[in-house]
Design a protein around this ligand. Structure first.
Ligand code: ZN
Length: 237
C-alpha cells in the first residue's frame, strides 16, 4: 500500500496542473494524503482550499499536506478574486499556488527569506507548448525552477551574485514549452489592481516583456532572493 502512494501523488501532480482529476482519483488522493489539522493556527490565518475544482488550486497537494497553504483572510479573498478574473478572461484557467505560509504565522518560513505570516504566496506562471496551446501540465511539477530566460543576455541580472539555493541554469533551448504571456500578464494585472496587494515580485526582463514597466507594484526582489522568472511572489497588506 505504501508504495502506491508516491505513484498516485505523481499522477495527481500532473493532473492538478491542468485538468480536473476524476472524482474517484481525487477521493483516493485525499485518503492517501490527508491534510493534517494543525495544533494551533495563528490568529487571522485561514487555509486555502486544497480540494477545490475551481479557479484557485494548489500546484500539488503536497504543499497543503505540509501545511504551507495558510494566508490571511484578505489575502485569500484577493487570491480568489484574481483567479476569478483570470478565469473570466481565459475560461478554464486556474491560478496555481505553491508555498504560502505555515499556520504558526511567523516570518521567515525557511527556505524563504519571507513568507510565514500569511501575507505572501508563490504562484506558477502560465505556459503553453510551442504552438501556443496551454500545457497539459507544468514544465516542472513543483511549480518552481522552470525558468523563462531573458531574450537577451544583457537583460540578465545578478550574474554570479545569487546563492546556489536561489539560482539554477535556464532550461535547455530545446525545451517544448514557452511562457504564456497573455495569461501571465492577466494574472499579474489582476493582483496589481487589488488594493489588498502590496507588491508582486517578478524578474526585470519579464516585467518589461509583459508590458508592466509602469506598474509600481511590480518589483524586483533583488539578487539575494530567488529568481522570479519561474514563478511570481505576491505580497499582501
Ligand atoms: Zn515567495
Amino acid at each position: 500500500m505504501k508504495a502506491l502512494i508516491p505513484g498516485l501523488a505523481a499522477v495527481l501532480a500532473g493532473l492538478a496542473a491542468c485538468q480536473e482529476a476524476p472524482a474517484a482519483i481525487r477521493r483516493a488522493a485525499r485518503a492517501a494524503s490527508p491534510i493534517p489539522t494543525p495544533a494551533r493556527v495563528a490568529p487571522g490565518l485561514v487555509p486555502l482550499d486544497c480540494d477545490s475544482p475551481g479557479a484557485l488550486q494548489p500546484v500539488r497537494r503536497g504543499y497543503c499536506v505540509r501545511l504551507r497553504h495558510y494566508v490571511t483572510r484578505p489575502a485569500r479573498e484577493a487570491l480568489e478574486t484574481a483567479a476569478a478574473r483570470v478565469a473570466a478572461q481565459f475560461p478554464g484557467s486556474r491560478i496555481l499556488f505553491m508555498e504560502a505560509s505555515w499556520p504558526r504565522g511567523e516570518r521567515p518560513m525557511p527556505p524563504h527569506l519571507s513568507h510565514g505570516d500569511g501575507r505572501e504566496i508563490d504562484l506558477a506562471l502560465f505556459w503553453t507548448d510551442l504552438e501556443g496551446r496551454p500545457l497539459a501540465r507544468l514544465p516542472n511539477p513543483s511549480g518552481y525552477h522552470a525558468y523563462e530566460p531573458p531574450r537577451r543576455e544583457a537583460e540578465r541580472v545578478c550574474v554570479g551574485q545569487r546563492s546556489l539555493l536561489n539560482d539554477a541554469p535556464d532550461p535547455p533551448r530545446t525545451r517544448r514549452w514557452k511562457l504564456d504571456e497573455a495569461r501571465t500578464t492577466a494574472m499579474v494585472r489582476a493582483f496589481v489592481a487589488d488594493p489588498r496587494v502590496r507588491r508582486v515580485f517578478i524578474e526585470p526582463h519579464l516585467k518589461a516583456r509583459l508590458g508592466l514597466a509602469h506598474e509600481s507594484k511590480v518589483r524586483f526582489a533583488g539578487c539575494s532572493a530567488a529568481r522570479h522568472d519561474d514563478h511570481i511572489h505576491v505580497d499582501f497588506y
